[in-house]
Structure formats: C-alpha cells, structure tokens
Design a protein around this ligand. Structure first.
Ligand code: LLP
Length: 444
C-alpha cells in the first residue's frame, strides 16, 4: 500500500484525512484515492526515463475518473485509450490529444473518425483490416494517420490467464513472424504513415524478464523494418508492471526496469512509449466499506460488508487477493478471527476474502480493501440494482468528490417502461431532501 495510506495512532488515514471521517461524511462504500500517490507513481516513470526520448501514456482503462486523468494531465502524462469514450474523457480532463495512442483490437469507423478529428498521436493497430479501414477514412478526409502495428512477440507473461496477452494463441496483435510483410504492404496505403512498433504482453507482471524478452524481439524487428527502408520512430512496450497485492509480494521497481531497457535503447533513435495503468493507480486507492453484520454458519464466520462484487469484481473474476485493513486498529494484542468477507449480492462469487485472518470486526466497523485504485470502479456495475459508489480524491487535507454516489433515479435514467405507465417517480433527481440521501444511496 502506498505510504499515503497509513495509520496515525489507531486510525487509518489517506494523506491527512482519517478514513472514518470520510465514511461519516460521504457514506460507504466509497473509493478513496490519494492524489499524492498517483503523482508520485507517475514521477517514478518520468524520473527513471530522464534523458531518454520517451512518452508515458497512462492506460486510461485502469481508472478513468476525470479527476485522476486531470491529475495526470497536469503532470504532463500522455494517454493510452481503447475507445472513443476514453478519448472523450481524456479531452474532458484537459489531456493533450497529441499525446494519445489508440490501442484496442476492434475500433469502429466512428471511433477512428473521432480520433482523427482530434489529431491523436497514433493508432496501435492489431489487424490488416483495421489498417485498411483507417486508411480509407483518413484518405477520404485528406488526413494522414500515424500508425504502429501491435505485434504479438509470443512471450509468456506469466500472469493470470485472463490478463496475459502476448502469446500466439491470444487474440491480440499481429504475429511477429508476419510483421515485415504486413508493414511493407500497409506502408503504401493512402492516408497511412507508418511510425512505430508496439506490443503489450500482459498485466500484473511481477518479473521484468518477459518484458525485456519482448523488448529484444521487437527491437530486432525495428532493425529489420528500418533495413527495409521504413521509418520507425516509436517503440511502444505497452504496460504491465505489477504491484504487490499481498504483503509478501515484491514490487518490480520501475527504475530497475527502465535501467535495463535504457541499455538496449541507447543510440537507437527511438522514442520509448510506455502504457502503464495499474502501476500508477492501483496502490493509490482503497475501497472503503462498512461492516453490516457478522454471521456464522456451522464453523464458518462471514463478515458481511456493504461493498460487493458489483463495486469491485477482481476477487470474483480473477481470484484476486486484496488485503483488508480495519479503519481503526484495536489496541493491544488481538486474537485474529478466520472469516470470509463477503458482500450482499446474491452470488457465492461475491466475496473479497476467504478464510482470512482478520482482527475481530463488528457491525458498523469500517474496513479498507487495499490496492483498489486500478480496475476497481471502472469495472463496477449496477448488478442487483446497486447504485455505484462515490469516488473521492484526497489531496492533503482536502477531499474532492471526484464522482458523486449514484442514486436510485440514476439507476433508471435512460430507461422507459414499454407500457408508458407513469411510475410516479421523477427520473431526473433525488426527491428526498437529504444529502447524502440515505434513501437513494441505500445506506443505513
Ligand atoms: N496497454 C494495453 C494495450 C493494455 O491492454 C493494458 C491493459 C495496458 C496497457 C495497461 O496495463 P497495466 O499497466 O495496467 O498492467 N482488469 C484486469 C487487468 C486488465 C488489463 C488489460 N490491459 C485486472 O483487474 O487485473
């Protein structure tokens, strides 16, 4: 966990604010992010890359809240997007379109048009068909699209199978063995300027070796492409650096990774592009939740909290481990209780921890589910018609409401009953005169 989340006395703080104060003021569940932690993670990259031509394009998918994007834009970050919606967010947050790369295995014509209109830096392309579509759209509007081809270097990222992407069997990229032939062909297409080579082999990598192996393969390709007369300026190695979710896991130091890359890139005349997501925001966030009740079935203890799989799906989807800390530490020695921490959703997969040793917890206690800043809120849904939590960005002693908690009216916004029957409920706003409204937010 980032140093920005730490105990002062018995209370767990985010920067200068105790988490129980946040819960009392804004309710639970709530995502709480530390602005200082986001900044410092971004600067780990910038500092390590000093002196090397580079661009750090934060992977928007990891956490696309406007306040997070604006924080990074203000620090000079570029952005890696995978949809028109992400480009819209980047622009709304004040991001510079000329430092945006557009990745993704299936871009629509409308998204390509939007990105061209906004003059993004380049498209990371994953198929010949996609490049032909970009060519047609760009040429018909008299524009030139800069492209890189995402090659699949056939490297095993050694991570969870759902987030490993660099093997031939995966849907991502173009087989590196076919890359030269495809580059030669697409370089002649109208409206296309071949500019770079990209790859991304997977996420949550706790060793740099696969990344370095991929870099070697891609650098050898750059040499061959240049030998064939192509101009290659950018080398995009994607994202993927992991973070410790368990206390015994070790972080991959960003500077060690960059140091090892630096040797390979010296005198290459390439701009190194990176697309980190998780390593910038994961540790900068927690999901704050309140214990509803504790119950025992046979010999099992269940701590039922007010957050659920719809708020944070990583444990259900990837069997991911997230450490759980009490917002108030118990004084003196405590006998841990083995418990499952679960949410109220009607699925057995709705859990945050199983058989975990925890300090004794009682109804009303607050817990912080750690390392939830990446792939947390962005994967949240309204399953079980649960309003999504608020997102709060802490900056020193200030709490900024980065996204207000959803209300019941938010749940049905945009829907209409086929019968046309008047529901008697106004869809536009909360009708209850409370802020935050306990009725609409479902709390207490
Ligand atoms: N670039 C590309 C092309 C990607 O597909 C990804 C992540 C990234 C960059 C950023 O990777 P990062 O630095 O965050 O590892 N929902 C999963 C993770 C999915 C990652 C998808 N692609 C999870 O919660 O673990």
């Amino acid at each position: 966990m980032a140093a920005e989340f730490s105990y002062h006395g018995d209370a767990l703080f985010c920067e200068h604010v105790p988490l129980d104060q946040i819960a009392n003021e804004y309710g639970t569940p709530a995502y709480v992010y530390s602005k200082a932690a986001i900044r410092s993670r971004f600067h780990q990259y910038e500092d390590a890359l000093a002196g090397l031509p580079h661009r750090v394009c934060y992977a928007v998918k990891a956490n696309s809240n406007l306040a997070v994007l604006a924080t990074l834009a203000a620090e000079g970050a570029g952005f890696d997007i995978v949809s028109g919606g992400e480009l819209y967010r980047v622009l709304a947050a004040g991001g510079d379109p000329s430092s945006v790369v557009f990745s993704g295995v299936g871009k629509t014509a409308a998204e390509i048009r939007y990105a061209l209109e906004q003059n993004i830096h380049s498209f990371n392309c994953e198929s010949e068909t996609e490049i032909e579509l970009i060519s047609t759209i760009a040429a018909s509007s008299g524009q030139t699209a800069c492209i890189a081809i995402r090659v699949n270097p056939d490297v095993d990222a050694v991570t969870h199978p759902y987030i490993s992407t660099g093997l031939r069997e995966h849907k991502f990229g173009i087989d590196i063995a076919r890359a030269e032939e495809i580059y030669a062909r697409v370089a002649r297409l109208p409206g296309i300027e071949v500019n770079g080579v990209s790859c991304h082999i997977g996420s949550q990598l706790l060793s740099v070796e696969p990344l370095l192996e991929a870099a070697d393969k891609v650098l050898a390709l750059v040499q061959r492409l240049r030998g064939a007369g192509l101009t290659i300026r950018d080398l995009d190695l994607g994202g993927g650096l992991g973070v410790p979710y368990r206390s015994e896991e070790r972080r991959v130091p960003v500077d060690t990774f960059i140091q090892r890359l630096r040797g390979k890139l010296q005198d290459s005349n390439l701009t190194l592009m990176l697309e980190p997501g998780r390593s910038i925001v994961a540790e900068a966030g927690v999901l704050l939740s309140r214990v509803l009740l504790v119950k025992t079935n046979d010999d099992k203890t269940f701590v039922i909290v007010d957050a659920a799989m719809n708020d944070l799906i990583r444990p259900a989807l990837y069997q991911a481990h997230h450490e759980i800390l009490p917002a108030r530490r118990v004084k003196g020695p405590v006998q841990p209780v083995k418990a499952d921490v679960v949410g109220p959703v009607c699925e057995s997969g709705d859990f945050f921890a199983r058989g975990r040793d925890l300090p004794p917890l009682a109804p009303g206690d607050l817990v912080a589910i750690k390392t939830a800043g990446a792939y947390g809120f962005v994967l949240a849904s309204n399953y079980n018609s649960r309003p999504r939590p608020c997102e709060l960005l802490v900056d020193g002693a200030r709490i900024h409401v980065a996204r207000r908690r959803e209300t019941f009216p938010d749940l049905i916004r945009g829907e209409s009953s086929a019968t046309g029957a008047a529901s008697g409920i106004k869809q536009t706003e909360c009708e209850h005169d409370q802020s935050p409204c306990d009725i609409c937010t479902g709390s207490s």
